[in-house]
Design a protein around this ligand. Structure first.
Ligand SMILES: Nc1ncnc2c1ncn2[C@@H]1O[C@H](COP(=O)(O)OP(=O)(O)OP(=O)(O)O)[C@@H](O)[C@H]1O
Length: 801
């Protein structure tokens, strides 16, 4: 089935660009190929303009054989001697048309005169041939045509195309995209060409290091992606997409010496870290921060010190508008238990977090998973726009719709760690049809490819080699279902790729990347001097911590819990006194309860802190957003003000209902004791949480510890065997209880009578200023926190490191 279509646009005066004329001959002889001829004037300005626009795919071949005339988006200058460029590339057509659009906006002349296009029936026919013949034609081409059409509309220059395929909304989207594209382009970055050859990766099974317990999960994957392109890693679950993405982004290292991953022909280095954005599969964000707060804090922490606070905030706002998040900018992100923005918006916030930094290379792990097809298309369109701004985009994708599939420039199809295809996404179907695998029914190309990668060739044509295998297999009863086994299909596809594609691609990778020195200088100048100073980090993290946790501390449930406990205590011990040993025993019981309540409560709250924030911490630390010490101290400090509100409320209610010693100093010292208790209990909880980073294990240990501390607290048992008596010194309850007793009772006779001196609860207790107890608690406050910090430092926060 052959389809012929042609677009001809001639005679365009572009006075301001020093072009005499631009003529395009866009002709389609096969389903995928477009040829465009661009006569360019031999002067510097025309050369410059074309060097920006000529995002030529590395696969494209100049038809005039002049390799020197080939341009790449990396900034290779056009050879001014070349009079004519003819490229066969569909992606070029898209880029080129966009640029013509831009150029024309500066121009007073009219654009083109002639256009010819088959009618809508032909186009639908094109789309159909895509499915039936396995040839990649259709939507992308149509979108090219629609771009042309839009260009012409903008300039009121030519008659409308007789297209039946029209969509005003999409035109609006395109306008928006153009607008976004310009915004994203404002900051120059170093264009990075990513090449990888024979990427292998093995893992130790069951954590064993011996070689017999190792398994390869990538078996030599080769490919490349240039600035301006979106490379999709596709394949069935477990195919190795995430592993490859992690390796390419430098998050994971391989010890295989034969493998090479280079960025502009250079190996991974620390300086590259800042140029790489990585959007993880799981959206990791603070659920109680709004979209605006999330992006503003990220901007303040990640953007270079050379920018002012206002500029950083402006950048965050720009990203919000670029990603079309204005409408939800004041809505909280939300999470499993709180409703917030939608999944698509959340994904865009995560992408925004990365593009804030204007990275040269953007990696995304399944950015569309869990989203409906329209939202997914929007996300991928956005990636396309980001790429158009000169970035290199690599994304894994599970099962894209056909519209989405056509947005990708390049594709790697992975199955069981092997490459089944690498090349232009638009040529994947042609390639598989060339090796004898074509769909026999109408099928989404992505579905077809995933089926093949799974070894499923139902409703697909079978190559003769595999047919032979079926005949051979008919001798074996277990293989008599008339279809080749998935293993045979897999082996065939891997073999075909190795012989037809792999070596050619490896040869292509040998060509050196030429980086335009101007863009390198521009790009480099934006990489120096990153991040905020330690104090800035601390203050930003402190404010962020306060905002994120304000809901926790002042939540209705928590306030109700504390206030109702206080009132119940107040009623049970209503107007108690210490006039007799019995009554004093009651009061001592109350003081012990207070020490237990405020000694336990914060432990169990603080335990969750680090395990819960582990993912966020890992993500932010992986990109060097802040120092661990700044985070740790800010995290502790931001908890304090909020943690102290409820104890004040509690003590005010209890103290006066119960009728404890009614002096200002006694009340303030009791309050101070409570603060010391809470802060040291928090330290214990943080240390336990950081030690395990697992809530279940941490709560188990914490419950044993707090029970031991309570028993050793001095209320239940006075006479403890000497070999166990040391426990009380590390018991928070012991020190709190003693301090509270010392504040309330003195044997001088003032306040609570001499009965206190005879009470077994105070007998032996030296009524002094409580300096020892206070000292012990202050030591615990810092000691437990130091432990927590050391545990946190020692933990590898990133998975699969
Ligand atoms: N550390 C590891 N130890 C053992 N096996 C691993 C490890 N990491 C990855 N694998 C295995 O390697 C294979 C590829 O994993 P990977 O996560 O890269 O697949 P994927 O294509 O991204 O899958 P999905 O689409 O389901 O996310 C899987 O079979 C996985 O179980």
């Amino acid at each position: 089935m052959e389809v012929k279509q042609g677009i001809t646009v001639t005679k365009t005066k572009l006075q301001s660009q020093n072009f005499d004329e631009i003529g395009e001959d866009v002709s389609r002889s096969t389903s995928t190929q477009l040829s465009i001829s661009i006569p360019a004037k031999k002067d510097a300005s025309s050369s410059k303009t074309l060097s920006i626009t000529g995002q030529v795919d590395s696969h494209s071949e100049p038809e005039d054989g002049s390799r020197t005339a080939r341009k790449r988006s990396l900034g290779m200058k056009m050879d001014s001697s070349s009079e004519k460029l003819i490229h066969k590339t569909k992606s070029l057509s898209a880029h080129f048309l966009v640029d013509i659009d831009k150029v024309i906006k500066n121009d007073t002349g009219s654009f083109g005169e002639t256009s010819s296009m088959h009618d809508g029936a032909s186009r639908s026919h094109l789309g159909f041939s895509f499915s039936l013949a396995g040839a990649t034609v259709g939507f992308d081409d149509i979108s090219d045509v629609r771009r042309l059409k839009k260009t012409k509309h903008n300039d009121n220059a030519v008659a409308d195309f007789p297209l039946s395929y029209d969509d005003d909304d999409d035109d609006d989207d395109d306008d928006q995209d153009q607008c976004n594209w310009k915004k994203i382009q404002i900051e120059p970055t170093l264009p990075i060409c990513l090449k990888f050859q024979d990427v292998r990766y093995k893992v130790a099974l069951n954590g064993r290091r011996s070689s017999d317990a190792e398994k390869y999960i990538l078996h030599g994957v080769t490919g490349s992606v240039h600035p301006g392109e979106v490379l999709a890693l596709m394949g069935p679950s477990g195919g190795g997409k995430t592993t490859l993405l992690n390796l390419l982004s430098g998050r994971v290292k391989t010890d295989d010496v034969s493998c090479s991953i280079t960025y502009n022909d250079q190996p991974y280095s620390k300086s590259l870290k800042r140029r790489i954005g990585f959007v993880m599969q799981d959206d990791v964000a603070f659920p109680h921060l709004t979209v605006k707060e999330t992006l503003t804090y990220a901007a303040l922490l990640r953007l270079p010190n050379t920018l002012t606070k206002q500029q950083k905030e402006e950048r965050a706002m720009n990203v919000i508008s670029e990603l079309d998040l204005e409408r939800c900018q004041n809505t909280i992100i939300g999470g499993s238990f709180v409703r917030g923005i939608s999944g698509g918006e959340r994904k865009r916030v995560c992408i925004g977090n990365e593009i804030l930094l204007n990275p040269s290379l953007l990696f995304l792990d399944e950015p569309t998973s869990g989203l409906d097809s329209t939202t997914a298309l929007r996300i991928v369109q956005m990636l396309h726009n980001i790429a158009k701004a000169g970035k290199t985009v690599v994304t894994t994708i599970h099962q894209p719709s056909s519209r989405l599939f056509n947005k990708f420039d390049k594709l790697i199809l992975l199955s069981r760690g092997n490459s089944l295809y690498f090349g232009k996404a638009s040529e994947a179907m042609l390639y598989f049809s060339s090796i004898g695998c074509s769909p026999l029914i109408v099928m989404n190309p992505a579905e077809f490819l995933i089926d093949l990668a799974n070894g499923n060739i139902n409703d697909k044509s079978i190559p003769s080699v595999l047919e032979d295998k079926i005949l051979l297999g008919s001798q074996f009863p277990e293989k008599q279902d008339g279809r080749p086994s998935p293993v045979d299909v897999h082996e065939y596809l891997v073999g075909a790729y190795e012989t037809r594609v792999a070596n050619i691609e490896k040869q292509k990778l040998l060509k050196p990347v030429m980086v335009d020195s101007e863009s390198e200088i521009q790009g480099m100048s934006h990489s120096i001097d990153w991040g905020a100073s330690w104090w800035e980090q601390y203050s930003i993290l402190f404010r962020r911590g306060l905002k994120e946790r304000r809901h926790e501390y002042l939540s209705c449930l928590r306030v109700t819990q504390v206030v109702s406990t206080a009132i119940i205590i107040g009623l049970l011990w209503w107007h108690s006194d210490a006039s007799s040993p019995k009554r004093l025993q009651d009061q001592a019981g109350l003081l012990f309860f207070i020490s237990v309540f405020w000694g336990f409560f914060p432990v169990f709250t603080a335990i969750f802190t680090f395990p819960q924030e582990r993912a966020m911490l890992a993500k932010e630390r992986a990109v060097g957003m802040y120092k661990l010490s700044a985070y740790f101290i800010a995290r502790n400090a931001s908890d304090l003000p909020l943690d102290l509100i409820l104890p004040i409320v509690f003590l005010v209610i209890v103290y006066f209902m119960v009728g404890l010693k009614q002096t200002f100093s006694a009340f303030s010292l009791s309050m101070l004791t409570l603060f010391l208790t809470i802060v040291s209990a928090q330290g214990l909880g943080l240390a336990i949480g950081a030690a395990f980073m697992d809530v279940k294990k941490a709560t188990t240990l914490a419950s044993v510890l707090v029970m031991t501390f309570m028993l050793a607290g001095g209320f239940f048992v006075q006479k403890v065997p000497s070999f166990m008596s040391w426990i009380r010194y590390i018991s928070i309850n012991y020190h709190t209880y003693r301090l509270l007793l010392k504040i309330q009772y003195s044997c001088s006779g003032s306040g609570h009578g001499s009965a206190a001196c005879d009470s077994p609860f105070i007998k032996g207790l030296k009524i002094d200023d409580g300096g020892k107890e206070a000292g012990a608690m202050i030591t615990m406050i810092f000691g437990y926190r130091l432990l927590a910090y050391l545990f946190l430092r020692g933990i590898k926060l990133r998975k699969r490191d």
